[in-house]
Design a protein. Structure first.
Lengths: 194, 88
């Protein structure tokens, strides 16, 4: 869906909807532009990666993140972008791997993961992630041992998920910034190990 | 008090409603276990008609074998209370 938006029928529909909202006095052009600008300038997987790196280096933050994702996001300055939903961090362990999907549309915490990749919105991912996650993960290059338990979280409600990946071995001496640079958007979705 | 608590066995309603719902079709009629109570949120099925009806929402875990007849993973789906009934 992303990439060639300008040419798609949905883009024309969105423009017409914007015009109707503005004509009805429900929003102004400047307000709508402001929302988009905030999303595209501040929403980034760098934010989620920062939370993960903090959780890896600070066990007390990890505990707070798992207990209350919204409060943990706010602690690092991401409160405004994560309002309006319940943020739930799900932690990978040596025996459990988590992945997220939204089978009904394409929900995820955009402020922390950045605009969603086109495959996340595809029917193929949305239908197969809940049906055969192990095969989907293998296609992403993530081969998990048969003994690893896979949990798939469907963001069908007002909960938005963030995967807390497992820290790589031999990175205990790294600082937070360096650790954050190891975390990818796919790691935060659960389609990569980190 | 919520109707269900963590550990309760629940069945997702099998009916295919006429209007909007957030109950995914693949979960209908299947049995899962309540992981935890998420919060109390407006029921989308009613909110879409402008009707305000807040309900507890539960994170319910469904084994893949229950949903698809095979597989070892599990899928966790949020369920508004009226999407669920007690399972034997």
């Amino acid at each position: 869906m992303s990439g060639e938006h300008g040419e798609l029928p949905v883009a024309a529909r969105v423009r017409r909807l914007e015009e109707r909202l503005i004509a009805a006095g429900l929003a102004t052009d400047a307000e709508l532009d402001g929302i988009l600008e905030r999303v595209f300038t501040s929403a980034s997987p760098v934010n989620g990666a920062q939370m993960v790196a903090r959780a890896w280096t600070d066990p007390a933050y990890r505990d707070r993140l798992l207990a209350d994702g919204n409060a943990a996001a706010a602690e690092l300055g991401f409160g405004p972008g994560t309002q309006g939903y319940l943020l739930k961090a799900v932690e990978n362990t040596p025996t459990v791997h988590n992945m997220i999907v939204c089978t009904l549309c394409s929900c995820y915490p955009t402020a922390l993961l950045g605009p969603s990749p086109s495959w996340y919105k595809s029917f193929a991912y949305r239908s197969r992630a809940v049906r055969e996650p192990r095969a989907v993960l293998a296609e992403f290059g993530l081969e998990l041992p048969d003994s690893t338990e896979i949990r798939v979280w469907d963001a069908n409600s007002e909960t938005r998920y963030l995967v807390l990946p497992l820290q790589a071995e031999g990175t205990d001496e790294m600082g937070e910034d360096e650790l954050a640079s190891l975390v990818t958007r796919n790691g935060l979705i659960g389609t990569a190990s980190r | 008090m919520t109707r269900f608590t963590a550990g309760a066995r629940v069945r997702a309603r099998a009916a295919d409603p006429d209007g909007h719902t957030r109950l995914p079709g693949y979960a209908r009629g299947h049995i899962g276990e309540v992981n935890e109570v998420r919060a109390t949120w407006q029921l989308p099925d009613e909110a879409v008609r402008g009707v305000s009806r807040a309900e507890p929402v539960y994170a319910v875990r469904f084994p893949a074998a229950e949903l698809w007849g095979s597989g070892s993973h599990s899928v966790i789906i949020d369920m508004w209370e009226s999407y669920l009934e007690e399972a034997p």
